[in-house]
Design a protein around this ligand. Structure first.
Ligand code: ZN
Length: 236
């Protein structure tokens, strides 16, 4: 999963769905646990409690002052300032300690891309080629663009559309983006994630409905920017 963005309702819905689909051994998280959403602290706690393997996103490090918010748009920067004030010292320590990349079981995890781990949007063939060149594993998992896709080396990008839309892990090398849990941007407001079956060597993409109104109500009460509230129901 990637880009939870402080959306606890969406995170819970995804975990419940994954358990219904047979459960999971590990959670791999490609960053941006916080930023935008109304529950940054509880989302950090949940990701940590699941003993997830997690890499840093631009919002994670911005929330703890490790990167500048000058490159953020004004609404995102306002949400980062609000998020900063919600985190406990322990949660800040967790976010600060997240690495830029990690390798585990034949997969490399990174938020953006391997040539620019927290900033580059991996959405075109040039960026994909650069990451394939740098990647030392058969599989690379990314987030950041909030766009779910499968990118096969030598073939390019394919959009995935939930409902268990699947892809074989190998023999071709792959870059996968599971889409965003907490702020999808592909026109479908439902939470987006993938289940990887390491034994069967396959990945499956799912969309999960969650109580968007509940998240939006919390954002209103927190005084978060109106456009960030509205976009959740529009899925962009
Ligand atoms: Zn993000």
């Amino acid at each position: 999963m990637a880009d939870i963005h402080g959306n606890l309702e969406a995170l819970r819905a995804v975990l419940d769905h994954a358990r219904q689909m047979g459960g999971f051994g590990r959670v791999w998280c490609m960053g941006d646990v916080v930023g935008y959403g109304p529950d940054p602290g509880p989302c950090v706690d949940m990701v940590e409690e699941l003993s997830s393997t997690c890499v840093a996103g631009n919002h994670d490090w911005a929330a703890v002052g490790k990167v500048d918010t000058r490159d953020f748009n004004p609404h995102a920067a306002a949400a980062i300032a609000w998020t900063d004030a919600q985190l406990t010292p322990g949660q800040r320590e967790y976010l600060s300690s997240l690495p830029l990349t990690l390798q585990e079981e034949g997969a490399t995890l990174v938020h953006g891309s391997l040539r620019d781990p927290i900033w580059e949007y991996l959405v075109d063939t040039g960026a994909a080629r650069a990451t394939f060149d740098l990647c030392q594993t058969p599989l690379c998992l990314v987030g950041h663009s909030h766009m779910p896709f499968v990118c096969t080396q030598g073939e390019g990008f394919r959009r995935v559309r939930g409902e268990g839309d699947g892809v074989a892990l190998g023999p071709a090398r792959l870059i996968l983006n599971p889409g965003s849990v907490g702020q999808p941007r592909d026109g479908d407001p439902r939470a987006s994630y993938m289940l990887l079956d390491i034994v069967a060597q396959a990945a499956y993409h799912y969309r999960v409905a969650y109580a968007i109104g509940e998240t939006q109500g919390k954002m209103e009460r927190a005084g978060l920017p109106r456009p960030l509230i509205d976009r959740l129901s529009q899925g962009w």
